[in-house]
Structures are given as C-alpha cells and as structure tokens.
Ligand binder design. Structure first.
Ligand code: ARG
Length: 472
C-alpha cells in the first residue's frame, strides 16, 4: 500500500498522524461528480453566514468578507478557472478551502454550527428542487403538445387494441389523451415529491444539532424551503426524497417507453399509422430504404437505466443505521443521471409529439379491416331487437366468420346476407356499422366519441393553465 506524504491541507487532518493512502483518497473522494452542486453549496453557505451574522456569531464585516469570497469562488467556477482538487475530497471542502485562501482566516469561521452532513443534505435538496422544476416545465410542454394533437385528431379514426388485436374503433385524439392521463399522474407524483422534500436540514449539523444560538427558520426561508426539518438525526441520514424522485422517474420512463413502443409499431411498414418527421429519425448505412425511429427507441431503452437507479438507491438506503453514513455519498450519480435522462427524454418527446403526422387513411382502413364494429352489431341486436347479449354475441361471431371467409367487413355485407345470421336485422343497422357511428355512439364521460375528446381536451388544457399559475 502506498502512502502519500503527510498532508496538512486537510480540513479534518488534526487527529491524524499519517497521510491518507493515495488510492483511498481517490476512492473516497466525490468532487469529480458532486461539483455539480457547487452553486447550491454556495447558496447554502451564504444563507448560513447571514444567519450566523444575524444571531451574532459572525460580525457584519466577517459576513461581508465571506460574501465577497464566495462571490469570487462562484465567478471562478463559472469561468472554468476553479482549482478543483481531489485531495480536498468533495465540493464542500473544495469551496471552503478556496474561500479561506481568498479571504484568510475569516473563511475558517464559515463552518461554525454546521457539518458537511447537514450541508450535503441541503445541497442535494436544493439541486433536486431545481431539477424537478426544469422537469415539470418540460413535462407541461409535452402535455400541451399532446393535447393540441389530440384536439386536431378528435375525429381521426383508428383501431383500438386489446392484446394488440383490433378491438373497437377509437379516435386518435382519445388515444393521445390516454397518454396525457399517464403524464398527468406523473406530474402529480413529481409535485408530491417536491412538496415532501422541500424542508431545510441546515442546523442539524453532524447529527445532533449544534450549541450555537442558530435561527433555523431564517436559513429555511432564505433558501425558499417551506420550513426547517423536524429531526436532526433524520435530516442528515435519509435519502428517501431521492428514492421518491427516482420512483417518479421510473414510472414516467415506463409511460414514455409505452408511448415509444407504440410509435415504433405505428411507424413500421406493417402499421403505417403515423409519420415522424425526418429530423427525429436516422437512416441505415446498408439498407437505403430504412428510416428508423431512433428517438422513441432510445427513450424506450433509457427506461432501463432509470429503473436501475431506483433499485440502486433503494439498496443504498436499505439497513443503514442512523444517522449519516458515507454510503450516502453514492446517492448522487444515480440521482443526477435519473434527472438528466428524464429531462432529455421529455425534451425529445416534447419536440417530437406535436410533429407526429397521422396517416388518417391508413388508420381508418386498419380499423375497417379488423371487424372493429362487431360489438356495435351485438349492441344493436340487444338494444333494438331485444336479444340477450350472449345470443347477440353468438350471431355476430358467425357473421364475422363469414366476413373472414369472404373478405367483407360487416358494413360491406348486404342486408340479405346479414339477415342470414338474424332475420330481424333491418336497414337501420348500417348506421351502427360505420366507424364514425361506432365512435360517435360512445358519447359519455371518458368515452371515445369526438365530442367527448374535444371536451376532455379543453378540460385538460384549462387544467394545465391552472397548474401553471399555481406553480411554486
Ligand atoms: N461527500 C460527502 C457526501 O456526499 C459529504 C458528507 C461527508 N460527511 C462526512 N462526515 N464524511 O455524502
């Protein structure tokens, strides 16, 4: 085992008589990834310094010095000139030690009444809150586009599927609004996570609180948290908010993967339901005819890593005794990557969805070919001719079998032919057998009728508006 020379620059070096092993130094450091939270760390430190000043632990001059120093650190980071060092382990100690270099020993007073444990718990929450707000606005943009496309396609007919077999005709707008419902619940989960997470751990210090006369309400308010956390042990240890975010993310990705899968199917030569603009697709280097739906495929694929991050964080937290443990340093990479992935996928979808071009004739033809109005014929026999549903089902089954054999849809059979299956069928049957008649008849809350789709889309849009104005 190699050891580096004793290093006195460590902020915790006092009780050590031997320098950290060089590999251990790298192994335990987090600065390569947690420097992403530098801005949050600075904001937390500024709020902490102001509070220490307000309660008389720091003088006005010292507080002003710290402000000046941290502003310079901020500028160096923004300019890419900050001297990040693995020897200083993490973002917190890098910034603090640079502050001391810049302003002298006043910098060493910043850590009064604080620990890296409450500091990091605060930084991650601040970072995640920012990420949540960016994600929420992309999610809203996607929903807006989806609802717009649904409105334009409130009467575009396509086959609805169960078991991926043609089931009943639906409107494309109705299908899109089903997607929107999934996203709406995801948005709700995201906001629940934000509300539960938005409490300030500062003041919890290492685990037990601190002996200084701190004002926790002041730092919480300065950082726009709703209140200080209630228990110092819990505050520095639990990362349930990161897990909750990842479970939101995994569900959202699961929903996006389902939409992606449908887009992949629909753009295939076998379905031909929709066209994606070229800018969202790529070609093949060998097969000149190919136009591959790479964007939805990749979104579908990226669901795997986000699900993985959820499992990582659950496993990371499992069985950890109170309070802070170094294990928790492992929370950041999965959390960052989950947030980045979700944001990218939402962006891709929000750009792509409004540009989806439905191929209405192909969709309609597919609905026609699939005997999608068979249930309507059965309902006709029940409602107009008084048959029990099971008998009507049997009659229509026979008519469909004939259709399969003869290549005719129910609506294309003559009245005489239909009467072979049930003598009471009369001329009025044909309005029920058209695709338009079939969708229009499902005209109730949540049904596929064009009128319902338009009403639902309007309601969804005004809900988005309300949501926007209530945005935290
Ligand atoms: N880099 C650490 C983390 O991410 C910061 C907290 C370290 N605290 C400690 N007592 N070693 O969790």
């Amino acid at each position: 085992m190699s050891t580096s020379d004793q290093d006195t620059s460590k902020l915790w070096g006092g009780r050590f008589s031997e320098a950290t092993d060089a590999f251990v130094q790298r192994f335990t450091a987090s600065v390569t990834f947690d420097q992403r939270m530098a801005e949050e760390d600075i904001r937390g430190s500024l709020a902490h310094a102001d509070m220490l000043c307000a309660v008389g632990v720091l003088s006005e001059e010292e507080c002003a010095e710290i402000h000046r120093g941290l502003e310079q650190v901020r500028a160096e980071i923004a300019a890419g000139e900050f001297p990040w060092s693995v020897e200083l382990e993490d973002v917190h100690m890098n910034i603090e030690s640079r502050l001391t270099q810049l302003i002298g020993s006043t910098g060493k007073k910043l850590h009064t009444g604080r620990s890296r444990n409450d500091q990091v718990a605060t930084d991650i929450r601040l970072w995640l809150r920012g990420a949540i707000d960016r994600i929420a606005s992309e999610l809203t943009r996607l929903q807006r586009g989806m609802i717009g496309l649904a409105t334009e396609n409130s009467d575009t007919i396509m086959p609805g599927f169960t078991h991926l077999q043609s089931a009943q005709p639906v409107t494309f707008g109705h299908h899109l609004l089903a997607w929107n419902e999934m996203l709406e619940r995801d948005y709700g989960r995201l906001m629940d996570c934000r509300a539960r997470m938005n409490q300030c751990p500062l003041g919890s210090a290492a685990l037990a609180g601190t002996t200084y006369p701190i004002d926790r309400a002041m730092t919480a308010a300065a950082l726009a948290f709703t209140r200080p956390t209630a228990n110092s042990l819990d505050s520095v240890s639990d990362r349930d908010f990161a897990i909750e975010f990842c479970s939101f993310a995994a569900l959202l990705m699961t929903h996006l993967s389902r939409m992606s899968e449908e887009l992949v199917l629909w753009t295939s030569a076998q379905f031909q339901f929709v066209e994606l603009p070229d800018r969202f697709c790529t070609g093949s280097s060998i097969m000149p005819q190919k136009k591959n739906p790479d964007v939805p495929e990749l979104v579908r694929g990226k669901t795997g890593r986000v699900n993985g991050h959820l499992v990582s964080l659950l496993t990371l937290m499992k069985s950890q005794p109170l309070a802070y443990n170094k294990d928790n340093q492992e929370d950041k990479e999965p959390l960052f990557d989950a947030a980045d992935t979700v944001l990218d996928c939402l962006r891709a979808f929000a750009d792509m969805v409004p540009a989806i071009r439905p191929r209405k004739a192909e969709m309609r033809e597919a609905a026609r070919r699939g005997f999608a109005t068979a249930t309507d014929l059965a309902d006709y026999l029940v409602v107009r001719k008084g048959l029990p549903f099971r008998d009507a089902h049997e009659v229509v089954g026979k008519a469909v079998a004939h259709g399969v054999e003869s290549g005719l849809d129910l609506s294309e059979m003559s009245l005489e032919t239909l009467q072979r299956f049930h003598p009471e069928i009369s001329d009025d049957v044909f309005e029920m057998l058209t695709l338009e008649g079939s969708v229009a008849a499902r005209n109730h809350l949540g049904g596929t009728a064009p009128e319902q789709v338009r009403t639902e889309a309007e309601a969804a849009l005004s809900h988005l508006q309300l949501r926007d104005s209530a945005q935290p």
